[in-house]
Design a binder for this molecule. Structure first.
Ligand code: C5P
Length: 222
């Protein structure tokens, strides 16, 4: 039986997870959030006081840690050494550590293998930074989803405010720009648009518009 794979890459706050979750629901595909896996590893490094610039210590720790995912009511849960850490990985500290530690191949190889295995078994829509370029080079559809850094910062700001968290738009935009810079300029699997990916700039599109565009592109290709 043919298994379909859709890859969505793009910078922080482009709306990848919102869009991918909605497309998954419409197509009855499994949504795989790979950023959550890097975040779970980052939480492990933070808890153990391992500095991001110590590649030897990070690699040793990455070799020992166990990250997997499960689904609860269709929502991906990320499991770190048996503990469901899904509620603990959406902080600025974890974002920064995930971006800093994901430059190392020892961290990436382990998670990429898990991601490839998930996509072999079932229809998935997977989002991240290197899905179209490294994880699923044969994906049926590749999307590069982006938006201006101010639009992305504003969306993140509204999200945090809705959760009742105090935050500054300026700090959020600074964090996003710094993370994108590192993700795009690292040596290993940098964030970039795959040659065969479709560029979607969502700066002035609504969520349903982006979802419909992706569904239409998928119908053309499948
Ligand atoms: O997507 P999210 O913001 O949750 O990802 C957190 C960090 O994990 C990114 O800034 C990036 O450094 C890293 N990441 C990655 N490759 C992926 C997904 C995430 O390097 N496929």
């Amino acid at each position: 039986k043919k298994v379909y794979n859709i890859a969505i890459d793009g910078p922080a706050g482009a709306g990848k997870s919102t869009i991918a979750r909605s497309v998954a629901e419409k197509l009855n595909f499994v949504y795989v959030d790979t950023g959550a896996m890097y975040r779970a590893m980052a939480l492990h490094f933070l808890r153990n006081g391992i500095p991001a610039d110590d590649e030897v210590a990070i690699s040793k720790s990455a070799g020992e840690v166990n990250v997997t995912i499960t689904y609860e009511n269709g929502m991906q849960q990320v499991i770190l050494n048996g503990e469901n850490v899904s509620g603990l990985i959406r902080t600025g500290e974890v974002s920064a550590m995930a971006s800093a530690a994901s430059v190392y191949m020892s961290v990436r190889n382990k998670l990429v293998e898990l991601q490839k295995n998930l996509a072999l078994k079932e229809n998935v829509i997977m989002d991240g930074r290197d899905i179209g370029t490294c994880v699923l080079p044969e994906a049926d559809l590749k999307i590069y989803l982006t938006a201006s850094s101010l639009v992305r910062a504003k969306r993140r700001y509204e999200e945090l405010r809705a959760k009742g968290e105090e935050c500054s738009l300026n700090d959020i935009e600074k964090d996003i720009i710094e993370r994108d810079y590192r993700d795009m300029n690292r040596e290993n699997s940098p964030l970039k648009q795959a040659e065969d990916a479709v560029l979607v700039d969502s700066s002035s599109m609504t969520v349903p518009q982006v979802v419909d565009r992706i569904l239409a592109l998928f119908q053309e290709r499948k």
